[in-house]
Design a protein around this ligand. Structure first.
Ligand SMILES: *Cc1c(COP(=O)(O)O)cnc(C)c1O
Length: 314
């Protein structure tokens, strides 16, 4: 069950800004006060992104038990892996990243930053779980104290970082009616829902987990706060396309739209899909003029430079 006696440490710069997206809103047929962006892409450490708020809680737990080495796992272009490596560097700890698949011929995007931050990378092929177990054993055998940070940095405790973010949003934009966010491992959306309620949060699934609805419901069950029914969660599942690591037409269009109207860059995997979901909601008239919507920018730009379909993006 939920336990968070350890206060979070600070790894970023807070609060992150909220800015109007007036030109983008106009392009979508909305009013200048209808669309806003919460800049959790500029959280500071390690190039920024949503994993920092979660790591503030998880790293506090790790330090409390005397951890010497973080071990975490993800896809080769995992933003979470990059930010865990950055947090380890900031805290003077070792970091082992267990990544799926095989080592690519040349490192790009997040992989370059992982190495720069001093992380050791283990290529796990198709079996990340046993590679994590082996890494834990190796650290313990060498006299260290391993601490495993879960996939995507998500746990019921880590999700408190997005309860904090939801509080910030309410202060910065009183009366906000809707927050739209990418849904990967679920911690980010879970924290927002725990504070803002199911009616005000829309998650756009990116295809990172097999069953996002039960993942999210399970997390919310473990968190303090009112009970949430899985059926009430607002989760868009039509932006996954051919899968997590592919570039969809809609994501490319959303990236272009925000870049050209506002000069703000999104990534193909998470924020591009999430903003494409927001554009879809406007087209479907689920978002209309006269209500306040916040797009949560969760970061991820380094992933753009490691994306297999990067050359088709223009
Ligand atoms: C990890 C990630 C997300 C998803 O956050 P979860 O808490 O895993 O759902 C969204 N955007 C970016 C850029 C990410 O790296």
């Amino acid at each position: 069950m939920f336990s968070s006696d350890v206060p979070p440490i600070s790894l970023g710069s807070w609060p992150t800004p909220v800015e109007p997206l007036a030109r983008c809103a106009k392009a979508l047929g909305l009013g200048p006060e209808d669309l806003w962006i919460k800049r959790d892409d500029v959280t500071g450490l390690g190039g920024g992104g949503n994993k920092i708020r979660k790591l503030q809680y998880t790293c506090a737990q790790a330090l409390a038990v005397g951890a010497t080495t973080f071990i975490t796992t993800g896809a080769p272009q995992s933003n979470h892996a990059r930010l865990t490596a950055s947090a380890a560097a900031r805290l003077g700890l070792r970091c082992v990243l267990v990544l799926g698949g095989a080592e690519p011929e040349s490192a790009q995007g997040n992989l370059v930053l992982d190495a720069l931050a001093g992380a050791e990378i283990v290529w796990a092929g198709g079996d990340r779980a046993s590679a994590v177990d082996a890494a834990v054993q190796a650290v313990a055998d060498s006299g260290g104290v391993p601490f495993v940070i879960p996939f995507g940095g998500t746990s019921a405790v880590a999700a408190q970082g997005y309860v904090d973010c939801a509080r910030e949003i309410e202060q910065q934009l009183p009366g906000v009616e809707r927050v739209v966010v990418a849904l990967g491992s679920g911690g980010t959306m879970a924290g927002l829902v725990a504070h803002l309620g199911v009616d005000r949060v829309v998650g756009v699934d990116v295809g990172a987990v097999a069953d996002p609805v039960s993942t999210l419901a399970g997390l919310l069950d473990e968190m303090p706060g009112p009970t949430v029914r899985a059926a009430d969660l607002q989760i868009l599942r039509n932006q996954v396309g051919q899968g997590y690591s592919t570039l969809t037409e809609a994501s490319a269009g959303a990236i272009r739209c925000l870049a050209r109207t506002e000069g703000i860059f999104l990534d193909p995997t998470y924020t591009g899909r999430a903003f494409a979901g927001l554009i879809q909601l406007v087209k479907d008239k689920a978002i209309t003029a006269g209500s306040k919507t916040v797009f949560l920018h969760t970061g991820g730009l380094p992933g753009l430079f490691g994306h297999p379909e990067l050359s088709t993006l223009r």
